[in-house]
Each structure stands twice: as structure tokens, then as C-alpha cells.
Design a protein around this ligand. Structure first.
Ligand SMILES: Cc1cc2nc3c(=O)[nH]c(=O)nc-3n(C[C@H](O)[C@H](O)[C@H](O)COP(=O)(O)O)c2cc1C
Length: 358
């Protein structure tokens, strides 16, 4: 309430990226002050217990995590668990620092509860990320590192550059995500081509020692015909999939907004992302762990993705519109929905929609 009435109108007066940077700076400061995270936790409330789950061999206090892109430079691991997140996905981190695309590159669509971004993966690079994570110490919840390519990396060097990035960051994460689906870096979506992805995953496996779960983040815009092949490859060379990244489709928007370039996230992405999760679950017989992401704002949205086949769920845009108490609120409602649905464990929910279908 306080966020929606007072803080959000102030933040929304600023350009979207400036507001984001300000929020990150203030959260980072809070994380450095002794007792800062505890203060934040007292303000937003305690996350609901009884939602723990085990996925990819890791223990999660709850299945609702932060999606990649919010904490690109790994600055907030001390403070974000206080918002109730069950895990954090940081990055995308690239091997070398890069500025990203020219500004403005992040736009709010408040009526649609959506964002369009063409950030182009700006960031301080893998060495800076590793330094920050080392200094911050162990995070209270599992941490995934999402890795991506620098814009100037030639395609032939992609496997080597991904492998170098993973090696630099290996001690700092519980799982890794290969981002081959960012719509804002030219050429990156081509990596979904079978051979190239196979080379990348093989190079990553060679340096991923001791083994940590490796997932592939895919676009929601993949054609149905591409999926079986791609999923077969992911099942052979990786441990799971993150579905989905932002969309280049504008089907869910009115025509006036259709021409804005970039990746669309938030509410208009929700049902396409859930449909993608259901397809992956069906095509892999539920054998490939899925992190579901896209348009999650409520406990009902989380349940929808779990029932479609996701083992874990993430959000980003929902946090921008819902504010810092979003996750705690979702968890409280999720606990009630889980009890009302008669589910004994979180695992029992995963893919339940397909099992109940006539
Ligand atoms: C401003 C912004 C930056 C993002 N940056 C990244 C990124 O660096 N790497 C990545 O894999 N996904 C990135 N994403 C995509 C999100 O992780 C997520 O897949 C997508 O936004 C859908 O979730 P949402 O509707 O909850 O935002 C970004 C999204 C936004 C809005």
C-alpha cells in the first residue's frame, strides 16, 4: 500500500533506468549497514514457512526467486533474501565489462503492467562480479549466475568465452544459466541453433568441476517445431531450462505500442510463458527441471506455472509494479492456495495440471 501510494509514484516520475539504479544503490547501502537486512525484513514481514522444496539437488526455502537482470552486477546478495526470495539469479554477467545499448533503453507500460527493455547486457564483467560475491560472503538462499556473451565476441569464440566466464565465477554460484535468448544483442538468438549450442554446452561441461547444475534460458518466441530438437540437446548436455526470457512478440499489446523495439516482460508475457512451460513439461515427460518466469505478480500466477510443470518460479517486472513486499505477499497467499489445493508437498504441485487433464 505504502509503496503503491507513495513510493511508486515518486519512482515512476524518474526515467525507468534511473529509478532502477537508485533502488539498487539504496538496497546495496542497506546491505552494508549492520542490521540493514534485518530492518528491511521487519518492514516487509517474515516470509511464510512450509514452502521449502528441493530442486537440482539444492534446498530452496521457497520456490519464488528473483529473475536475471535486476541485480546484473551481483551487488545485492546480502539484502535481497530479506525480501523473501527463495533464490536469486544474478546477471547476466559477461566476461568483459561492456556499456550495453545507448539510453533510453528501458520503458514502462504501466497500464499493461509491463516493461520493454533493450539494455543490451550492460555490466561490469565477470571479474568484478566474482570480487563482489567473494566480499559479500555466502548468501542466505541459493544463488544462480546467469552468464552471457559480450556483444563483440565473434561467434566462433563463443564456447571459449562462455567457458572462461563460468570458470571465473564457478566458486560463487550454486547453479549456472546460459543466456542464449536475449533479444537485445544481435546474433545471440542464433546461438539457439543446435550445433552452436552443443559446442557451448560441451565447453562449459569441461570446466564445470565440481559439477554444478547448468541450465539454458530460452526465448518464448521459439517455434513449436524447434522445441523437440532443442530440448533433446539440453537434456543431453544440461540439467534444466529457464523459460522464458522477454518476448519480441507484440501480440498481447495494442497496435500503438507494437512498434517499440526491445524485449517485452510482465503481464502480457504471462500466458505465453506458461504455455511454453507446459509444452516443455509435456515434451520431456516432466524429466527436465524447469524454472518458470514471465509475468508473475500473484500467488495464483506462481501456482499456474508450477502446475504447468515449473519446479521453481522467478519474477522481475512484478517487483517493479508490486514493490518490495511483493514476494512476502505472494508466499502468504501461496501457502493458502497450496493447503486449499490439498497438496502435501511442493513437489506434488509440479505438472499437476497435465495429470488432472481428461
Ligand atoms: C530490465 C530487464 C533486464 C533484463 N536483463 C536480463 C538479463 O541480463 N539476462 C537474462 O537472462 N534475462 C534478463 N531479463 C529477463 C528476465 O530475467 C525475465 O526472463 C523476463 O523479464 C520475464 O520475467 P518478468 O515478466 O517477471 O519480468 C531482463 C528483464 C528486464 C525487464
Amino acid at each position: 500500500m505504502l509503496y503503491e501510494r507513495l513510493i511508486r509514484p515518486l519512482l515512476f516520475r524518474m526515467d525507468a533506468e534511473t529509478a532502477h539504479e537508485r533502488a539498487v544503490r539504496e538496497l546495496e547501502l542497506l546491505g552494508r549497514v549492520p542490521g540493514g537486512a534485518a530492518l528491511l525484513s521487519a518492514l516487509v514481514g517474515r516470509p511464510e514457512p512450509g514452502l521449502q522444496t528441493k530442486v537440482l539437488g539444492l534446498d530452496f526455502p521457497n520456490p519464488v526467486g528473483l529473475a536475471a537482470g535486476f541485480d546484473k552486477d551481483c551487488r545485492l546478495t546480502r539484502v535481497l533474501p530479506a525480501l523473501g526470495f527463495g533464490f536469486l539469479e544474478l546477471g547476466s554477467v559477461t566476461l568483459r565489462p561492456q556499456p550495453g545499448n545507448p539510453k533510453p533503453r528501458l520503458l514502462r507500460l504501466p497500464l499493461e503492467r509491463a516493461l520493454i527493455n533493450r539494455m543490451g547486457l550492460p555490466g561490469a564483467g565477470a571479474q568484478a562480479a566474482a570480487r563482489r560475491l567473494n566480499a559479500a560472503g555466502r548468501c542466505k538462499v541459493p544463488v544462480g549466475l546467469n552468464i552471457a556473451l559480450n556483444a563483440d565476441c565473434p561467434k566462433a569464440k563463443a564456447p571459449e568465452e562462455y567457458a572462461l566466464t563460468l570458470r571465473l565465477l564457478h566458486p560463487n554460484a550454486d547453479y549456472f544459466v546460459v543466456n542464449v535468448s536475449c533479444p537485445n544483442v544481435s546474433g545471440l538468438r542464433d546461438l539457439q541453433e543446435r550445433l552452436q549450442l552443443e559446442r557451448i554446452l560441451t565447453a562449459l561441461a569441461a570446466v564445470n568441476s565440481p559439477h554444478k547444475p547448468l541450465l539454458v534460458k530460452i526465448a518464448p518466441d521459439l517455434a513449436d517445431a524447434q522445441l523437440p530438437d532443442l530440448l533433446g540437446l539440453i537434456m543431453r548436455h544440461a540439467d534444466g531450462v529457464v523459460a522464458a526470457n522477454t518476448t519480441t512478440s507484440r501480440k498481447a499489446l495494442c497496435p500503438e505500442l507494437g512498434a517499440i523495439p526491445g524485449g517485452l516482460s510482465g503481464r502480457p508475457l504471462r500466458s505465453a510463458a506458461t504455455a511454453m512451460i507446459a509444452k516443455i513439461h509435456r515434451l520431456t515427460d516432466g524429466r527436465l527441471p524447469i524454472i518458470g518466469v514471465g509475468g508473475v505478480e500473484t500467488a495464483g500466477d506462481v501456482l499456474e506455472k508450477l502446475r504447468a510443470g515449473a519446479s521453481l518460479v522467478q519474477l522481475y517486472t512484478g517487483l517493479v509494479y508490486g514493490g518490495p513486499s511483493t514476494v512476502v505477499r505472494i508466499l502468504k497467499d501461496l501457502r493458502s492456495l497450496v493447503s486449499a489445493g490439498g497438496f502435501k508437498t511442493m513437489t506434488a504441485i509440479i505438472g499437476s495440471e497435465a495429470r488432472e487433464a481428461p
